[in-house]
Write a protein that binds this ligand. Structure first.
Ligand code: URP
Ligand code: ZN
Ligand code: ZN
Length: 460
């Protein structure tokens, strides 16, 4: 099967030019001016920007958490991702306490197989650092799971003590793996939560008030010190606060292999959302929580100056109706997480490129190229080059997109960006050369997504 994309403006992390693009058997075969080749299908991309498909390295599909399960499974979640211009996701498989990494890996493979419509890989959440688990990390790497998430938060569920984190970092350094850290001081947060509840402070906003930014800054600094001692690469997930960014900047200035992602919610939403009427603040209960507005511009600046390398989503949706409501009388029982897999690319284009904060090349870099490089997918994914998978977005910069829970494809009953209009519109999305989104039509298929065996960490 040959597809020719004619006359588009091709933009990668480094290039920006007009050319034709020939796709053969799912890969980019030829790029050139006025190509005279036979093709089964010709797509006219005049006036459109051809971008690498987005890579979202932080999703939680079908994830048991907070007494319920995230509302999107791999079918609905990957379809929503595709509509949002994301053609690859890396989801978090979980090693539950008392179980092995292999069991977690096989459980998540079974969740995805036959359902995912875009390509996918897995990180592995390590919830215990027992010797058998540390020994199993190599087996994961051999199967393409080359990054492991650990937590300094959620005591009793995912939190591992500093000694355990240190051991896992040592092992990661030995086997070429990356440790991704959820950095908040969970033990102190638990004290603040207990004290707030004792005072009768049960509303959603207390979720944020009991998780102050200093506790993210402290934990980020702490895990950076541990990573420095072990010489392991470290990736801070869902960085939300200037306090944590300062720790990352200091580490990177010292030349350490420290990387960090932020998420659109921390760039577009703020503590003010918790003050919405009634129980609506529950929509934004996630960890780390939304921060006071002044943190936003620091994060945009971090993206611009490469102190932050990635925008991912931490997509972890729970419906207001049956799920968030579990914490109506106690903010600590509100399932933590929010939807975002569909809105990421549009929001970052709008707030980044259209608002003049980021170049189009930098937009590609933080949404596709760096995620691919940091997580062992480059150059198969994350760029437009001969030999790379033909994962592409045909993007219309003159269009606009209106966001609503009525029209989005995520299986959740609210949209944190309800009513917002973003500049630019996604016209078509291709995954390995197949048009999977065509305007408002989904032309993909459940189960067509392939498991991606990722390679070991290579410094980008
Ligand atoms: O609130 C969040 N972030 N939920 C998902 C789990 C996690 O910590 O990433
Ligand atoms: Zn987390
Ligand atoms: Zn997460």
């Amino acid at each position: 099967m040959k597809t020719l994309i004619r006359g588009g403006r091709i933009v990668t992390a480094t290039d920006d030019y007009h050319a034709d693009l020939l796709i053969e058997d799912g890969r980019i075969a030829l790029i050139g001016h006025s190509l005279t080749v036979e093709a089964d299908q010709v797509i006219d991309a005049q006036g459109l920007v051809v971008l690498p498909g987005g890579i979202d390295v932080h999703t939680h599909f079908d994830m048991p958490f907070g007494g319920t399960t995230s509302a999107d499974d791999f079918a609905s979640g990957t379809k929503a991702a595709a509509f949002g211009g994301t053609t690859t996701i890396i989801d978090f498989a979980i090693q539950s306490r008392g179980h092995s990494l292999q069991e977690g890996f096989e459980t998540w493979l079974a969740k995805a197989e036959g359902k995912a419509s875009i390509d996918y890989g897995f990180h592995m959440i390590v919830s215990e650092a027992r010797p058998e688990i540390l020994d199993e990390m190599q087996r994961m790497v051999d199967q393409g799971v080359t990054s492991f998430k650990m937590f300094t938060a959620y005591p009793g569920v995912f939190m591992v003590d500093d000694g355990g984190i240190f051991r896992a970092l040592q092992r990661a350094a030995d086997i070429g793996a990356m440790i991704a850290m959820h950095a908040e001081n969970g033990s102190v947060i638990d004290v603040l939560v207990e004290q707030a509840l004792a005072r009768g402070e049960v509303a959603p906003k207390y979720h944020a008030l009991t998780r102050p930014p200093q506790l993210e800054g402290e934990a980020t600094h702490r895990v950076i010190v541990l990573a420095e001692l072990t010489k392991a690469p470290l990736y801070i997930v869902h960085l939300s606060a200037a306090d944590a960014l300062d720790a990352v900047i200091a580490a990177r200035d010292r030349g350490l292999d420290v990387y960090a992602e932020t998420c659109p919610q921390y760039l577009f939403l703020s503590y003010d959302n918790y003050e919405e009427p009634g129980f609506d603040g529950a929509k934004y209960v996630m960890s780390p929580p939304l921060r006071p507005r002044e943190h936003q511009e620091r994060l945009w600046q971090g993206l611009k100056t490469d102190d932050l390398q990635v925008v991912a989503t931490d997509h972890c949706p729970f419906c207001m109706k049956d799920q968030k409501v579990l914490g109506r009388d106690n903010f600590a029982k509100i399932p933590n997480g929010a939807p975002g897999v569909e809105t990421r690319m549009s929001l970052i284009y709008d707030g980044g490129v259209a608002a003049g904060r980021l170049s189009l090349n930098r937009f590609v870099e933080i949404t596709a190229t760096m995620p691919a490089k940091l997580f062992g997918l480059f150059p198969q994914k994350g760029t437009i080059a001969v030999g790379s998978d033909a994962d592409l977005i045909l993007f219309d910069p003159s269009g606009e997109t209106r966001w609503s829970s009525v029209t989005h494809h995520m299986r959740v009953d609210y949209n944190p960006y309800e009513g917002r209009v973003t500049r630019g519109a996604i016209r078509q999305v291709l995954s390995r050369g197949e048009v999977i989104v065509d305007g408002t039509q989904f032309r993909g298929r459940e189960g067509r997504g392939q498991y991606l065996k990722r390679h070991s960490f290579v410094r980008p």
